[in-house]
Design a protein around this ligand. Structure first.
Ligand code: NAG
Ligand code: NAG
Ligand code: NAG
Ligand code: NAG
Ligand code: NAG
Ligand code: NAG
Ligand code: NAG
Ligand code: NAG
Ligand code: NAG
Ligand code: NAG
Length: 767
């Protein structure tokens, strides 16, 4: 197989390359057909060759240029084209958009930040699990780096026959050395033509693409097992965090669609492949698509995740995506279209804590998942990395413990303090170990504040927060012979406050459509323990020869599949609910209070807001009984696109049929479960409709006004007599005179029948 791969690569490289040639996706909207035969699929492909052929002059040239035809639900193709031609094709009446096959990133802080925590216990109270039969009727798809099929998390003991509606396959299912699916892991496919196209036109030297859905990275195994992993007893990372590993929907069936490969200039998942995976997953019959990936936000018709997920939503599939790891700056959130469920990341109430003991008798709490520990009670000389820097290294680089910046003659036998930033945290530890250091104290910088991650370091270590880092530095400066010790790690539960927002979690406002609040929700994404590949060490660094069945990682990549798993429960419980209804149920029941009954904070212990967490922190037990939902259909999303000014012709293609835009639809009236008014002058009225999915009852509106804004609800009481009855209400927002702050202000509306609290954030900026 290696041979055929190298052959392919050489072939691609030897083709004449023109400066302006690159790979593009030509998106042509939806297919108007229903179920299609093989013959029809062939016809669709031919129509793609014809279209491109009309530009290139020949059907055969077009056939050579096209490397994907999207034939099932998504209409279009991916091809190697010259830039000018791409622009020309964009004007063809059957084409919605043409965009470059760009790379996207996996949303973990993995390579630069590693940590550890568990997914079981507190987060998924058993009543929701039992009500929803552990998600047993649901099929969850994951677009990621593939999966390690031998992982116990994908064991199928006790699983019955696969649902007859499943149409997927298991690629590379050969009996010897192949990739084996079972009744739990029911499907596996890989998509790498877009990746190979990008590789052929890049200066990157990666040659390790293997034509298989197997996970050689770890990310995909971790995310899929978080969403739908089976119960596995005695799971732990080096004995820490021991417990029963399980996904959010432990009885769901799962399928992997491998679209992410070794990075080319930092990007690992390519648009053309992502779109192909969406098209296939929809056709295979999945119920949920979980995608912990994202690029830069772009207009919806140029955004492969927005396009793919729109087609999925039309077929009743809810798509859950990560918000990104570019926090804590404002406006960094990605995957912002209203039909996507966008997830931020926050902490859990569990810690892998150890203590740094200083020679002056002070002790400081840190975290680590290092399997090695120092001799109990023994103190070692303590130095800052800058004090033991190599002569030819700069202080700035040495502080971060970058490669070859520490002088072994000075560091040997000592505990070295490294500052967080830039290079991988686990690599800092490796550098200290290489220089003969006995231990590492990893101190946060100002921006990462109190965000502490327990990593599987190669030497005894402790990760401490920013203010404690200053304390250590002050101590070092205060005495001639500073010394310290680091205790063994122990797993602690009931930590508070929890949750708080991870500093890395990307934040609103939404830079594409500020009227839609993003992210939508937050879930655990710090130090999450789940299954891992056995093709890599837990730090994913070449020096790490250790192998683990479970690993601890952090990122919105890890919070996203928590939500996917919970969506799986709701899907089993309410198979006929729309994606929007399920999303609404999870959002309106979320909490904005932490485990000490205070408002959820950011990583600096300052009150957080909906730009951090959207509707709040997920509460699965409440989500299965929301009372009311804000529902939407495809028509609502089409009206939304109309209101954004997308032209009717493109919308018609997107939709596969004529669509008449309503004359007077306001984006503010999209029936979203949160309300955002980014430019309020004087006063405005927005409308929402709620559907009763509980019992008959009378709901009363409770409003918390955003600062400087007054809100009037009409009617203030909604009475429901039957199931599925819908009622509309209006919210009139008015700027209080003299109170224009030109900053966003945050409030809430809660519809309550005394038991159900149907809560939506209100986000307003007065101009
Ligand atoms: C979106 O695609 C269109 C062509 O369809 C192109 O003109 C435009 O520059 C793209 N915009 C972005 C932000 O990529
Ligand atoms: C095994 O792989 C082949 C080739 O991809 C495919 O046709 C077949 O359906 C697969 N079998 C299963 C059980 O998925
Ligand atoms: C996996 O199967 C595909 C065809 O379905 C084949 O091209 C590829 O070489 C196989 N990969 C491995 C590693 O066997
Ligand atoms: C390869 O390309 C990237 C992006 O185009 C660039 O940043 C990098 O410097 C290039 N590397 C080399 C060795 O040319
Ligand atoms: C410093 O010099 C050593 C020995 O020549 C070399 O191995 C190392 O890479 C250099 N470090 C830096 C930061 O340049
Ligand atoms: C660091 O932790 C200490 C408790 O050990 C706490 O008092 C302090 O506020 C934390 N610092 C930051 C920046 O969160
Ligand atoms: C300790 O001394 C170093 C070197 O003089 C200095 O850079 C650092 O800021 C000092 N630490 C504190 C907390 O003052
Ligand atoms: C937390 O919020 C405060 C106030 O907005 C801000 O100054 C601080 O930088 C934030 N910290 C983090 C880690 O986001
Ligand atoms: C259109 O909307 C505006 C503002 O909501 C309203 O004043 C106007 O009456 C509406 N026109 C029609 C025809 O519905
Ligand atoms: C709804 O909110 C009320 C008032 O804050 C509270 O007393 C009640 O416990 C809440 N109900 C639920 C199910 O959370």
């Amino acid at each position: 197989m290696r041979l055929s791969f190298f052959f392919l690569l050489l072939f691609v490289l030897q083709e004449p390359t023109f400066a302006k040639q690159s790979s593009y996706v030509v998106y042509m909207g939806a297919h108007s057909h229903g179920e299609m035969s093989q013959y029809d699929l062939h016809q669709v492909k031919e129509s793609h060759y014809d279209l491109l052929g009309s530009f290139l002059g020949s059907h055969d040239t077009a056939k050579d240029a096209i490397f994907y035809s999207y034939t099932r639900h998504i209409n279009g193709f991916a091809a190697i084209l010259e830039e000018e031609l791409a622009l020309e094709i964009a004007n063809h009446p059957n084409v919605v958009s043409v965009f470059q096959n760009k790379g996207r990133k996996l949303h973990t802080t993995r390579s630069w930040s590693f940590l550890g925590l568990e997914t079981d216990g507190e987060i998924f109270p058993s009543s929701a699990w039992e009500k929803a039969r552990y998600g047993e009727d649901t099929i969850i798809a994951n677009l990621d780096t593939g999966v390690w099929p031998e992982s116990k998390s994908f064991g199928d003991e006790g699983f019955g026959p696969i649902q007859p509606r499943w149409k997927g396959i298991c690629q590379n299912n050969t009996s010897v050395g192949g990739f084996k699916c079972n009744r739990k892991l029911i499907g596996a496919r890989y998509f790498n033509k877009g990746y190979l196209a990008a590789l052929s036109t890049s200066n990157s030297s990666h040659t390790t693409t293997i034509n298989s859905p197997r996970d050689y990275d770890g990310h995909g195994t971790h995310t899929l097992s978080t969403a739908g992993g089976s119960f596995v007893r005695d799971a732990s990372v080096f004995g820490f965090g021991k417990g029963i590993a399980k996904g959010g929907s432990p009885r769901a069936r799962v399928a992997t669609y491998k679209v992410c490969w070794p990075p080319i200039n930092g990007d690992e998942c390519y648009d053309a492949d992502v779109l192909a995976a969406f098209d296939m997953a929809i056709a295979d019959g999945v119920d949920i698509i979980s995608a912990s990936i994202g690029g830069n936000p772009s207009p919806y018709f140029n955004d492969t995740l927005a396009i793919g997920s729109f087609h999925a939503t039309k077929k009743g599939i809810l798509v859950v995506c990560s918000a990104g790891n570019s926090g804590p700056m404002d406006g960094t959130v990605v995957n912002v279209s209203p039909w996507i469920f966008t997830v931020g990341a926050s902490t859990m109430d569990r810690e892998f804590s150890d203590w740094v003991l200083l020679g002056n008798g002070k002790y400081i709490k840190g975290e680590s998942l290092a399997p090695k520990s120092l001799q109990a009670g023994k103190y070692y000389p303590l130095v800052s990395a800058a004090q033991v820097k190599a002569l030819n290294a700069s202080v700035e680089e040495a502080k971060l413990c970058k490669s070859r910046t520490i002088d072994p003659r000075k560091a040997r036998g000592k505990i070295v303090v490294c500052i967080r930033g830039d290079n991988a945290r686990v690599d800092k530890g490796q550098q200290v170990a290489l220089a003969g250091g006995v231990g590492m104290i990893l101190a946060n910088d100002h921006d990462t504040a109190n965000e502490i991650l327990a990593d599987p370091h190669v030497l005894p270590a402790s990760h401490i927060n920013y203010s404690n880092g200053i304390l250590v530095s002050t101590y070092i400066n205060s005495t001639k012979f500073p010394k310290a010790s680091i205790t063994r790690t122990s797993t602690r539960l009931g930590i508070n406050p929890a949750p708080f927002m991870a500093a890395f979690s990307s934040k609103g406002p939404n830079t594409i459509t500020p009227e839609i609040l993003k992210p939508d929700i937050t879930a655990p994404g710090v130090s999450v323990i789940a299954a891992y590949t056995e093709a890599q060490g837990p730090t994913n660094q070449v020096f790490d020869k250790r192998r683990v069945q479970f690993n601890s990682i952090s990122g919105t990549s890890m919070s996203c599949p928590h939500i996917s798993g919970i969506v799986g429960l709701l899907k089993t419980l309410y198979p006929h609910w729309s994606p929007a209804a399920i999303k609404s149920a999870i959002m309106t029941t979320a909490s904005v209070i932490d485990n000490v009954h205070e408002p959820i904070t950011n990583a600096s212990n300052i009150q957080a807001n909906p730009f951090h967490y959207g509707a709040g922190h997920v509460q699965p037990n409440r989500a299965v009984d929301p009372g009311l939902v804000y529902d939407m259909t495809t028509t609502d999303y089409l009206n939304f696109l109309c209101a954004l000014g997308y032209n009717e012709k493109s919308i018609a293609l997107f939709h596969a049929g004529h669509y008449l835009c309503p004359k007077n639809f306001s984006i503010l009236d999209l029936n979203y479960p949160s309300i955002t008014v980014p430019r309020l002058k004087n006063t405005i009225t927005v409308t929402r409709t709620v559907k009763n999915v509980g019992s008959p009852g009378k709901y009363k509106a409770h409003v918390q006004n955003p600062r400087g804004i007054s809100i009037f609800v009409s009617p203030p009481i909604l009475e429901f007599t039957t199931l599925c009855q819908e009622k509309s209400f209006h919210l009139t927002l008015e700027v209080v005179k003299g109170k224009i702050s030109k900053n966003y202000a945050f409030g809430r509306i809660i519809w309550s029948d005394g038991y159900h609290n149907v809560s939506s954030p209100i986000v307003v900026m007065a101009m």
